[in-house]
Design a protein around this ligand. Structure first.
Ligand code: 5HY
Length: 257
């Protein structure tokens, strides 16, 4: 199977790291296509960044439909464009926040999310509500580490994030940590070794859940709100995004599942 892992920001170094984390857990026979849009924010740290990253996500999903991929991962902790992506995809689409929270809820009765800038905590808190994770999520914490510091060795990002995770275990009564940024994908194992509690990286969690959904032969229901968008013209620079009213993809041969 082929899983397209989309980094909604345009920092290629982070896309490469996300691809590595995905391949580390992918089953034999699973190909990981790690991509980022050509246009958009270099990092997503505000509602505005997130809103403007969605077009790039949808562009990559539309291309994936033409390529006939078997699943998609939106590798940004705000899960930008998740429901819109599900509308235009014939294959399952998961966001890393959604995947990480669900996995954490299966292995702990309480988890804390440790994310980047404190101003983005509200985005994660909104997702906690949307995914019904309030009974499990004890707290969303901002480490105030800028996203792109995660790309800089020597930035001190790891030490700061580790201390925030340690505080979460000691103060939030949490017994697991959810990492609140795709750029933290390579830190999970080190933090877990230091703290001795499960540390969930959403990229890995989403890849394994997509494999499970494909293995079950299930995908997004095309009845109701996630049905293909109705055909209509789009004006101006977005004319090429006009929905066709049906599937973009070629008929998938079941042999590559
Ligand atoms: C992410 N931003 O996963 C989010 C994290 C955040 O560029 N990739 C980003 O701060 O919300």
């Amino acid at each position: 199977m082929r899983i397209k892992v989309i980094n909604p920001n345009t920092t290629a170094g982070m896309t490469a790291k996300i691809g590595e984390a995905a391949r580390l857990v992918a089953a034999p026979g699973t190909d990981i296509l790690a991509v980022n849009p050509a246009a958009g924010p270099v990092s997503i740290e505000s509602h505005y960044d997130e809103a403007l990253s969605v077009l790039g996500v949808l562009e990559e999903v539309r291309a994936g439909e033409r390529e006939g991929v078997d699943g998609y991962v939106i590798a940004c902790f705000g899960d930008p464009g998740l429901l819109a992506a599900r509308e235009i995809a014939g294959a399952p689409v998961l966001g890393i926040a959604e995947a990480a929270m669900h996995v954490a809820s299966l292995i702990a009765t309480g988890f804390s999310v440790v994310t980047t800038l404190t101003r983005t905590c509200i985005i994660a808190e909104h997702l906690v509500e949307r995914y019904g994770m309030q009974p499990f999520c004890r707290r969303v914490r901002g480490s105030d580490v800028p996203v792109l510091d995660l790309e800089e060795t020597g930035s001190g990002a790891f030490a700061t994030i580790l201390e925030e995770c340690r505080a979460a275990i000691q103060e939030d009564r949490s017994s697991a940590i959810v990492l609140g940024c795709a750029g933290m994908a390579d830190l999970a194992a080190r933090i877990e070794r230091e703290l001795g509690v499960p540390v969930i990286d959403g990229v890995a969690a989403a890849v394994k859940l997509i494999e499970a959904l494909v293995g079950l032969g299930v995908s997004t229901s095309k009845r109701g709100d996630l049905a293909w968008p109705d055909a209509k013209p789009y004006a101006g620079t977005l004319a090429s995004f006009a929905p066709s009213g049906g599937a973009l993809r070629r008929a998938r041969s079941l042999t590559n599942v």
